[in-house]
Write a protein that binds this ligand. Structure first.
Ligand SMILES: *Cc1c(COP(=O)(O)O)cnc(C)c1O
Length: 408
């Protein structure tokens, strides 16, 4: 066996310039978050809780103002009544689409958990079952298919365009904001009205711009990922145009009650503290991704993105081309986790996913992938999707352990 520790030390030296850029972004967002806390006079009274209907929850209102401010939206819905990101995406789609409408994805097939929501896979409660059509345009070599997009927009009325930034369980690259900006410009030249919705999961605080600054109408993400900072116990957000947030709120709660209801049951402090920590936690996750990319590339594996490539999200792909290696690596990450380190993850049939999935998630919050975590569907080319880490040090320890397992 080669000298594992030397490999880590050498790789760490090579990535320092990349780390500096990550620190710069973390500083940028720390200022943004802190400014928003100051603007809305966050105080201890906002940590108080409501029960029942949740009327007049001043903490909830401040949280939503702060999320809107930081992400450049007119309004926000930030709720623990959203189970997670998938639920918020579902609520957004059901809120904005009506029977006879067509939704168009221009980043290929959306995230696996949306298959049954849209009706790509049969479900009696899908959008399709309500008479909502779905069309999809695949990316071509990781670029938007401008020809097809124009063709579709000229040929028919599209109600909503979905753009998924992070790669999900695909082999494509995640989509950086310069590409989003360019495609939105092209869309707007043809259609000023179509709602542009962004699945922003895993992408928050990675680049210095919010999709809402470059013309998106509404963005959606999970609080057990980036913006929860590892502290929010669950939930998700929808941020964007005021009238769209109102529709989403009426869909989540009760038409006519919308944002006015929703008890917070004691979690306001955790949501605020999670957002406060998020710039630093996202930076740590990015550093772990960069280090993993460098080390595994040095070990001869194909990685995406490469350590010094521009990143759109916190996810690091490692292509193992072997089910056994993917499983071993994932088990190594689990062995270095804080919780359930003694458990051995095995491939299983996860609800909402088509292939068997292996998942290392020894996290404080169930399923949290802003904590160090690793997963992948058991299908060629057997890619591990590594993400998260609340601190750089714990992430580094996890990589060391995973490599050890890999080489056993
Ligand atoms: C994680 C993820 C989701 C779903 O989020 P959950 O919080 O796990 O439900 C949706 N889209 C993308 C691109 C994701 O990465």
């Amino acid at each position: 066996m080669h000298d594992g520790m030397n490999l880590i030390v050498d790789s760490e030296k090579e990535v320092q310039a990349v780390f500096q850029k990550i620190d710069d972004t973390a500083f940028f967002y720390s200022k943004k978050v802190l400014d928003a806390f100051h603007k809305y006079h966050v105080s201890e009274s906002h940590f108080m809780s409501t029960t029942g209907y949740g009327y007049n929850d001043i903490g909830r209102e401040v949280i939503e103002s702060i999320f809107a401010e930081v992400l450049h939206g007119e309004d926000a819905l930030v709720r623990s009544q959203f189970i997670s990101g998938s639920h918020a995406l579902t609520v957004t789609l059901f809120a904005l689409l009506r029977p006879g409408d067509t939704m168009l994805s221009i980043t290929g097939k959306p995230y696996d958990t949306l298959d049954e929501v849209i009706g790509i896979r049969e479900n009696k409660s899908s959008l399709k079952s309500f008479g909502i059509q779905y069309e999809q345009i695949d990316l071509i070599q990781d670029e938007f298919d401008y020809e097809k997009i124009k063709e579709v927009l000229f040929s028919k009325k599209i109600k909503l365009i979905e753009i998924q930034r992070s790669k999900g369980y695909s082999t494509r690259k995640s989509i950086t904001l310069d590409k989003i900006e360019k495609v939105i410009k092209a869309i707007r030249e043809i259609d000023k009205e179509v709602i542009i919705m962004i699945d922003n999961c895993y992408c928050e605080f990675v680049e210095k711009t919010s999709p809402l600054e470059v013309g998106a109408d509404v963005i959606v993400g999970s609080l057990i990922k980036n913006l929860g900072g590892g502290i929010a116990p669950n939930g998700a957000y929808i941020v964007g145009k005021k009238e769209l947030i109102e529709l989403a709120a009426d869909r989540l709660t009760v038409p006519g009650e919308g944002k006015e209801v929703g008890p917070t049951l004691g979690i306001n402090k955790q949501i605020l503290q999670g957002l406060y920590m998020a710039p630093s936690v996202v930076a740590n996750s990015l550093k772990v991704a960069v280090l993993a990319s460098k080390i595994l590339e040095n070990l001869g594996y194909k990685v995406e993105p490469k350590y010094n490539e521009k990143r759109a999200d916190i996810v690091q792909n490692i292509e193992f081309n072997s089910a056994e290696k993917l499983i071993k690596f994932t088990q190594g990450i689990q062995a270095a986790s804080a919780v359930d380190s003694f458990a051995t993850p095995l491939p299983w049939d996860m609800p909402g996913y088509e292939d068997q999935v292996i998942m290392a998630s020894g996290s404080f919050t169930q399923g949290s992938s802003i904590e160090i975590s690793c997963d992948g569907p058991i299908r060629p080319p057997y890619i591990a999707y590594l993400q998260g880490s609340l601190t750089y040090e714990y992430g580094k320890l996890a990589i060391i352990e995973a490599i050890k397992k890999l080489e056993e």
